[in-house]
Design a protein around this ligand. Structure first.
Ligand SMILES: [Zn+2]
Length: 350
């Protein structure tokens, strides 16, 4: 067993990648500054912050937690449609660009594996992803525009239905639309990462028939441990592993704990999600499918509440401590913390 100092050294020396955060949605709505400390996360029993603004991550806490590369999501809520959605996405992209510019070289955009050398120098990276293709306004040209603007990953939809696909909260969901299928082909042609998070099962089945190469689920839980439609089942994990993709495990309490209880029942019992609960999901995939196919996908700032011990990005070493406790080898831990994400990025983006 490694000492605490040795575990923290392993954490510091690993390239750490988080597959999903919604931080810039809050920055945009509150006119926040990513580079400055934001309010801390809400604790159990506390009232929500007045603006429910970025509770989990900012640049100081990203540094403290040792996160090297963050997939930063452009999520367009369904209240924005057509060109309004495109405009909203462009505004969020501009907010990300402003943070990178203001960081004066401390943060860089990751567009291909050539940019990994910046991470090795100690810089931090953003990989921009689109969460829900509503902002494409049914145009493959706009997808290409977003690629030229630096977007490198895309999920077709969020929980709702849009012009591409049905999400997991749609009753009796259908497969992909004709446009959704075209988007996958274009994603492959451009060299972008296809993310199946939030996609309902019929859409998933269509997607894997069309898509070439690795696919990811950037932020999810394991259905076998927490039985809700939002989490992915063993067939989906198996397909992602077969394609040498990655499943990013989220820290959203109600999606991790509770087995098959309802959300109301979890709240009534005042159940608390802790670091070992999150690591249970990581360990499930590592043990059943292999440590090469699982990673981190916090969903920070995409939910309110906290997992105890993972209240914000600064607490990330607690995951490494738990992985060591479970008996994972150093090599496996490095892969889970970020090596697996780097492999997929290199494979897909070149
Ligand atoms: Zn999401």
């Amino acid at each position: 067993m490694l000492t605490r100092a040795e575990i923290l050294k392993l954490h510091r020396q690993s390239i750490i990648v988080d597959g999903h955060a919604d931080t810039f949605g809050n920055i945009l709505s509150c006119n926040g500054d990513f580079l400055k400390p934001g309010p801390r996360a809400q604790r159990w029993g506390e009232k929500k912050h007045p603006h429910n603004n970025w509770q989990h991550m900012d640049f100081p806490r990203m540094l403290k937690g040792g996160v090297d590369l963050q997939f930063m999501a452009i999520y367009t809520p369904p209240s924005y449609q057509s060109a309004d959605a495109t405009l909203y996405a462009l505004k969020m992209l501009t907010a990300m660009r402003k943070a990178v510019n203001d960081s004066k070289g401390k943060i860089v955009f990751i567009r291909s594996s050539k940019d990994f050398k910046e991470l090795a120098k100690g810089k931090k990276g953003f990989l921009i992803d689109i969460e829900s293709g509503t902002c494409l306004d049914k145009s493959l040209r706009l997808l290409e525009m977003f690629y030229y603007l630096g977007v490198r990953s895309i999920s077709l939809t969020q929980n709702h239905a849009n012009e591409l696909a049905d999400g997991v909260r749609v009753d009796n969901p259908c497969g992909l639309t004709a446009f959704g299928k075209q988007v996958i082909k274009e994603v492959n042609r451009l060299g972008m990462i296809l993310d199946i998070a939030h996609l309902a099962k019929p859409g998933f089945r269509d997607a894997v028939k069309i898509a070439a190469g690795p696919i990811i689920s950037s932020h999810t839980g394991v259905r076998k441990l927490r039985d809700i439609p939002r989490n992915i089942d063993d067939d989906q994990i198996k397909e992602i592993a077969r394609r040498k993709g990655v499943v990013g495990i989220m820290y959203l309490p109600e999606f991790i704990i509770g087995g098959n209880l309802t959300f109301q029942e979890i709240a009534r019992r005042k159940m608390v999600c802790r670091v070992p609960d999150v690591v249970d999901h990581i360990a499930y995939i590592a043990e059943k499918f292999g440590a090469d196919y699982v990673g981190l996908g916090s969903d920070f700032d995409g939910y309110s509440g906290v997992t105890k011990g993972l209240e914000d990005a600064a607490k990330l070493p607690n995951i490494t401590i738990e992985l060591v406790k479970r008996g994972f080898h150093k090599d496996e831990i490095r892969k889970i913390l970020g090596g697996n994400w780097l492999r997929v990025i290199k494979h897909v983006l070149g």
